[in-house]
Design a protein around this ligand. Structure first.
Ligand code: FAD
Ligand code: DLZ
Ligand code: SF4
Length: 520
């Protein structure tokens, strides 16, 4: 705590995902008259049961950030989770700080999600002092920019938004044209990988004294949360996150494009960057990262399909997801276009299933708080979609288990892209696939007790019958989708006896799931 002073002062709360010196709330602040407030609070650590590693990462990164700000001359009041007077919520801690410092005003950078934005909106009335809520310039597009792009458009496809972002940033542009003559090189990016390729592993950062304290705190307080703390190796400072960034650019970026969709047993990372927790918490600047990736192309160190693919994920998908989240409003979370109601199976929290693809994706998630995009979309997401899992439960699972998960980015990815619960705002068709897709992009099926080629029978891959059952079950909502015309035609061509056997296979499987859920 900081002693009460008499001269005019500003209270600047820095939230846990605002860990950069370049945050707008500090842009014109005077260290002599500013109290920076950082708060570890129970509400944020438990609004979902975050993975233990996610909590440990963020609390340690917050403590290191406070240390850095102090070293730069800022007065930082840092409230730890185990402070006996901790009020347990952002608003409760602001109330205590207002009491301590009697500030003239509060300056804060806008929150990353509706839940916290509503708190910030209430502070001016609650505390009777001006509250200046500033925009978050860590994104290329402001809310107004996205709205301007989206308004009056029939379709909000990411690809068109991405071109606007390319032009706005000048990344990979040759005048008004895209470098290489195409906006998108994804056609070159769908190669399966094999274990004999030499893969770069992310750098392991051993815990320092601050992280060791946090690990003990998290082990003690959040024992019932999913995941393990064993092998905690995240970067928790800006300097180390930059080392991981450089490591990715030097060693993984050149093949990022080729193997972006590949999955391999026992290989959680492949050529992915593993940078999302750092970008989302503020330790890395996404635009600077893209500039450095583009420079690797200019210098001939990485091919265009890799660099364009990577840049698109950040200034395309990431920006677009944020735009959708804020544009669709706080009720977006309630959408359930397909009326899906099944409980998510218990094995999502244990990884204990004989479906090897799911065991791999969930197992590494519980171990590392990480899975790459295709595992999230085409394994865990696809399966939840096919069984008709309740999209809200699916959303909460993703928000819990990934170190990079914040609602603004997780919700549109899960509810929209993966579960089609918004009826196709983001994608023209659901990301539903049979086992054949997983077999094409991974080695999982070779290690599985199920036969990916079989649709019915004892050891038939469950994804196969579930895929057809999903289409038939949802025909009233999806049957007129032109992009699904082919699979519906194929279903119609199937012999009636095969169709019956497929649906019976799916029904038996789903009934066994419901039985297991009821027993849990
Ligand atoms: P890379 O594959 O190396 O990609 C580079 C960067 O691009 C990522 O670090 C990330 O910042 C960005 N990016 C890539 N894809 C997306 C995307 N679809 N949306 C937004 N940014 C993207 N990403 C999150 O950051 N937080 C989430 O909570 C999250 N939840 C997801 C839930 C589902 C169901 C799905 C399908 C995807 C989700 N994603 C989420 C997107 C993506 O899976 C992760 O960003 C990526 O796996 C992070 O790993 P990486 O840093 O190695 O990414
Ligand atoms: C995710 C998270 C967790 C687990 N804990 C904290 C915390 O104790 N203090 C804090 O300031 N932020 C935390 N966060 C991140 C916040 O939930 C995030 O900053 C908000 O979602 C902002 O939108
Ligand atoms: Fe997954 Fe089916 Fe392949 Fe097994 S056979 S790994 S369940 S897709």
């Amino acid at each position: 705590m900081v002693a009460k002073q008499s001269k005019a002062r500003t209270l600047v709360p820095i939230l846990g995902d605002q860990l950069t010196r370049d945050i707008t709330s500090l842009s014109d602040a005077d260290p002599a008259s500013t109290i920076v407030l950082m708060m570890e609070v129970a509400d944020e650590t438990t609004y979902v049961r975050h993975h233990k590693k996610k909590i440990a990462f963020l609390l340690s990164a917050m403590r290191h950030h406070a240390q850095m700000l102090r070293a730069e001359g800022w007065t930082v009041d840092y409230v730890t989770l185990d402070d006996p007077d901790n009020a347990g919520s952002f608003t409760g801690e602001i109330a205590r700080a207002v009491d301590r410092y009697a500030p003239d005003r509060i300056v804060v950078t806008e929150a990353g999600e509706w839940r916290v934005a509503a708190m910030l909106d209430g502070w001016e009335t609650l505390f009777g002092i001006p509250v200046d809520i500033r925009g978050d310039i860590r994104f290329v597009a402001s809310h107004a920019d996205f709205d301007e792009w989206a308004t009056d458009r029939k379709s909000l496809r990411m690809e068109y938004f991405y071109r606007v972002m390319r032009r706005r940033t000048g990344l990979l542009m040759d005048g008004d044209d895209p470098v290489g003559g195409e906006w998108n090189f994804d056609a070159q990016n769908r190669k399966p990988a094999s274990n004999d390729l030499l893969m770069p592993r992310p750098i392991a950062f051993p815990p320092d004294a601050i992280t060791t304290d946090v690990l003990a705190l998290v082990a003690d307080r959040f024992a019932d949360h999913p995941g393990t703390l064993d092998g905690f190796e995240f970067a928790v400072t800006q300097a180390d996150a930059m080392r991981q960034q450089r490591h990715f650019l030097d060693h993984a970026l050149p093949r990022f494009g080729d193997y972006q969709d590949a999955m391999l047993t026992g290989e959680p990372y492949l050529w992915h960057s593993i940078l999302s927790p750092y970008i989302n918490a503020g330790l890395l600047d996404p635009l600077e990262l893209c500039r450095q990736a583009a420079a690797r192309f200019d210098e001939g160190k990485a091919p265009i399909n890799a660099v364009e693919g990577f840049v698109r994920q950040i200034i395309g998908w990431r920006e677009y997801m944020r735009g959708i989240y804020w544009r669709e409003g706080p009720d977006y979370v309630d959408r359930n276009f397909l009326d899906a109601t099944r409980d998510l199976p218990g094995f999502y929290w244990t990884g204990e299933t004989d479906m090897h693809c799911l065991a791999q994706a969930i197992g590494q998630t519980l171990t590392h708080a990480y899975a790459h995009h295709i595992q999230r979309l085409m394994v865990t997401g696809n399966y939840a979609l096919l069984i008709g899992a309740n999209p809200r439960q699916v959303h909460e699972w993703y928000l819990e288990v990934y170190a990079d998960a914040y609602e603004w980015v997780e919700l549109p990815n899960t509810l929209g892209m993966s579960q089609f619960a918004d009826g196709g705002l983001l994608g023209s068709k659901p990301y539903a696939a049979s086992g054949a897709y997983i077999d094409r992009m991974s080695d999982y099926c070779r290690h599985c007790r199920y036969d990916v080629k079989k649709r019915v029978g004892e050891n038939a891959c469950p994804f196969n019958a579930l895929y057809w059952d999903f289409l038939v079950r949802n025909e009233d909502k999806l049957g007129r989708n032109v992009r699904l015309a082919m699979p519906y035609r194929n279903w119609a061509r199937m012999k009636p006896a095969d169709r019956d056997a497929t649906r019976a296979q799916a029904a038996t499987y789903l009934a066994s799931l419901d039985g297991a859920n009821a027993a849990d």
